[in-house]
Design a protein around this ligand. Structure first.
Ligand code: URA
Length: 240
């Protein structure tokens, strides 16, 4: 569900402000009835007409990007840094990332213009499983791995139960590689969890989002999701 003026704007009718004006002027019908109040929530299946002409809804598109370092996970950046959206050259639809990866985090990132699915995927109650691999200084002991699994203090709350394992310890460099599987998606979640066990993150990558991985995608490369993958993502949030 989305607000009527937002759907109109996305369909390219006019800006959101102008669309609101058109609604107030009585020029917009939803399922054959004139709507003049603002903020009406409409479904994908609703028919919307402006001046008697049905609007052309934007085709829904879904992409998977292997995000490189040094790119922001927003559609535009006030500091004019490169954005994940600008990496998907030639895409005309107004896509945006599903959640965020930090500027220096790499890995699996979904982008779409399907607001309904994106909101569900990001909502804590649907809690899609995300796998991260963090490189940290020192040896992460079994006790600390246990702490990550049972919950650590971050931002005055305790992190939810997670799965964690030590993948590798490089004695020469004194560096550990830790895999962390979490459902939560708070700001800088993994960095804060690792900070809490006194092993600040030096490098972070998201290797999996639900069932999606970057397999076959080099850094900075993207592909369209296959229909069965889109269906599976929708199933994920419906089952939850
Ligand atoms: N957790 C973080 O700390 N950073 C990310 O980019 C993603 C998860």
């Amino acid at each position: 569900m989305d607000r009527l003026q937002k759907v109109m704007a996305h369909a390219g009718v006019a800006s959101r402000r102008k669309s609101e004006q058109m609604i107030e002027e009585g020029r917009v019908k939803v399922n054959g009835k004139v709507v003049t109040e603002l903020g009406l929530q409409v479904k994908k299946s609703d028919t919307i007409e402006v001046d008697g002409v049905p609007i052309q809804k934007e085709k829904l598109v879904y992409f998977l990007l292997n995000k490189p370092r040094g790119v922001v996970s927003t559609a535009s950046d006030p500091k004019d840094r490169e954005t994940v959206v600008s990496l998907l050259e030639g895409i005309e639809e107004r896509i945006y990332p599903v959640g965020r990866l930090d500027y220096d985090t790499t890995g699996v990132l979904l982008l779409t213009n399907d607001g309904e699915l994106a909101n569900k995927l990001m909502h804590p109650s649907y809690s899609v499983e995300k796998t991260y691999v963090a490189k940290v200084k020192g040896l992460v002991t079994k006790d600390k791995i246990k702490k990550l699994e049972t919950g650590v203090k971050i931002d005055k709350t305790t992190s939810s139960p997670a799965k964690a394992r030590l993948v590798n310890y490089d004695r020469k460099k004194n560096m550990s590689t830790v895999e962390l599987i979490i459902h939560e998606g708070k700001n800088h979640q993994v960095k804060k969890m690792m900070q809490a066990i006194e092993h600040p993150v030096e490098k972070l990558t998201r290797t999996q989002y639900g069932f999606l991985t970057t397999e076959g995608l080099q850094s900075g490369v993207w592909r369209e999701l296959k229909q069965f993958e889109i269906n599976k993502l929708k199933q994920l949030v419906e089952e939850a």
